[in-house]
Design a protein around this ligand. Structure first.
Ligand code: GLN
Length: 534
């Protein structure tokens, strides 16, 4: 195949219609038909990346293997496609402007007035194409964040218009996802919001090739025909996406709507074989017919917004299905936990996970939860700050180092069992400066983590500034909390375990970022197994 083909996905009427899931589902089908695909997200906000964003703003920050802090939709892309994304897969307006302004300061524009068109749009187009230059792909799918009609997304839509003109409709198509609300008072599905949204898109110069209608109830042929007629779209290119109980059903729904076939026909590509999706279907069937059921506490400080822990909750779904187990995640606010009420708050849980995080809010609740898990032999998984809290708790209550802490929270503590990494000490900027992305870890054979991964060398992703202070290495080891995973280059402690406990594992890395439908995180799989036994 000569040229890379491009599919753009825009959204209309309202946000949260599931553009990310739709894009990932379509990509999954194209992948299953034998095409190499990748997905990119263009985010219209001014932050250079979402790394500095409070999770309450946009949910979790997803970290790629190459160390980019990205939008949580990239997590969905990886979980669906089982393929890594990279820095090039997420572009924000901030990053676009940063490059253009740097070029201007260098004098690259040779005295020209720097403008949104052509300079910003050229940079957007360059970034869109960059993702295919990094790796060879047959098809690049690009999701445009925001809703058509927003001021912020205008330069992106204009760039797509130009690309479509440059490449031709057989190489570049636009799918527009909109909402068809159902009015129960009159018993009708209303198409007007869709018509208006397509008009907005037309005003910005784009005629969509395919419309995907998000709906609560199945739409009649007449409704689809009406949309096709008034939006000037071929009748067969109007498909519906109906509300489902799990996002992992969307690819199968899109398959029965033949969205993949329509896309390939428009791009003038052969359909290939009918996607079997055997593993996918097996995963879904296990997910829907569990033999076990457990309750796991997720202790964190952003629990009001479950999107803040998206990769963790999805990891529970993947690993739950593999164990044929329904995992009920109880989101528990760490600020609500005290030493006194901890047993009441965590009573009846089959397992306890302490979430990653930053800063002092809710930290003592996390420390108490770690103690409760340790003393009551409840399966425990601590991720990043969660591991650090387990270390602090062990130092205070087993090693009797009163006031032991992380210097992130108490920089004057007498016992800094968690301390700032050496390389971090001279860093002032907050954006993109943590220890980020994939690093090696060597695992001791005699450990729960080895039982999970079944190998001694792994690479997992990181996002932190603080680490276990190895001055305390021997003291911890002699008293029963053992460093069983070490980075071979820096000696940084990656994993802490308590062998005497049923299943107590703290990891400095983030196993949740690597979990996919077809490759659930081994650590989550074993954690759930331990919870079932409990
Ligand atoms: N705040 C801790 C650190 O920077 C933990 C980070 C995290 O949980 N991702 O080391």
């Amino acid at each position: 195949m000569a040229e890379v083909k491009y599919i753009f996905v825009t959204g209309g009427v309202t946000s949260s219609l599931g553009k990310g899931i739709l894009t990932a589902s379509l990509a999954k089908l194209l992948q299953a038909r034998g095409y190499s695909v990748t997905i990119q997200k263009l985010d219209p906000y001014i932050n250079v990346d979402p790394g500095t964003l409070n999770p309450y703003e946009h949910g979790e920050c997803f970290v790629t293997m190459d160390g980019a802090e990205t939008d949580l939709d990239l997590g969905h892309y990886e979980r669906f496609l089982n393929v890594h994304t990279s820095q090039a897969n997420n572009v924000t307006t901030g990053r676009i402007y940063q490059s253009v302004i740097e070029k201007e300061r260098r004098g690259d524009y040779l005295g020209k007035t720097v403008q949104v068109i052509p300079h910003i749009t050229d940079e957007i187009k360059r970034r869109i194409k960059l993702v295919a230059a990094v790796n060879k792909f047959d098809i690049v799918l690009t999701e445009i964040g925001g809703t058509v009609g927003d001021i912020e997304s205008l330069p992106y839509i204009e760039s797509v218009r130009q690309l479509k003109w440059e490449m031709g409709s057989q190489n570049c198509i636009v799918i527009h996802l909109t909402l068809v609300p159902y009015l129960s008072a009159t018993g009708e599905s209303k198409t007007k919001p869709t018509q208006h949204s397509v008009k907005d898109l037309l005003e910005e110069g784009i005629q969509p090739d395919i419309l995907v209608l998000r709906t609560q109830r199945s739409l009649s042929k007449d409704v689809k025909r009406k949309v096709a007629l008034f939006c000037n779209v071929e009748e067969g290119a109007v498909v519906e996406t109906i509300d489902v109980s799990t996002i992992y059903e969307v690819p199968l729904n899109m398959l029965s709507e033949e969205l993949d076939k329509t896309v390939l026909r428009k791009l003038n590509l052969p359909c290939g074989e009918e996607p079997a999706l055997t593993e996918w279907k097996e995963f879904l069937s296990k997910l829907k017919n569990p033999k076990h059921s457990i309750r796991v506490a997720l202790v964190g400080k952003y629990v009001e917004l479950p999107d803040a822990y998206k990769s963790i909750s999805e990891s529970f779904i993947h690993a739950g299905s593999m164990n044929e187990c329904q995992v009920h995640v109880a989101y528990i606010h760490s600020e609500d936990i005290t030493e006194k009420n901890v047993s009441e708050k965590l009573m009846g849980m089959n397992g306890i996970l302490i979430a990653p995080g930053f800063g002092s809010r809710g930290i003592e609740g996390k420390v108490s939860a770690a103690r409760y898990a340790r003393e009551n032999n409840i399966p425990f998984l601590g991720i990043c700050l969660g591991m650090q809290c387990a270390v602090i708790e062990f130092a205070r209550n087993v090693l009797k180092l009163e006031g032991a802490h992380s210097t992130e929270i108490d920089h004057k503590t007498k016992y800094p069992v968690i301390d700032l990494m050496e390389e971090q000490k001279s860093i002032i900027d907050k954006g993109g400066t943590m220890r980020l992305g994939g690093y090696k870890c060597i695992i001791s054979k005699n450990s729960k983590t080895f039982e999970a991964y079944r190998k001694t060398e792994i690479i997992e992703r990181h996002r932190h500034r603080y680490e276990f202070n190895d001055k305390y290495f021997d003291e911890f080891r002699q008293n029963g909390m053992i460093p069983v995973g070490i980075n071979p280059d820096s000696n940084l402690v990656e994993i802490m375990e308590i062998p005497e406990h049923k299943w107590f594992v703290g990891v400095q890395f983030h196993p949740e970022y690597s979990s996919t439908v077809e490759n659930p995180s081994p650590l989550f799989v074993q954690f759930i197994k331990a919870c079932i036994e409990k």
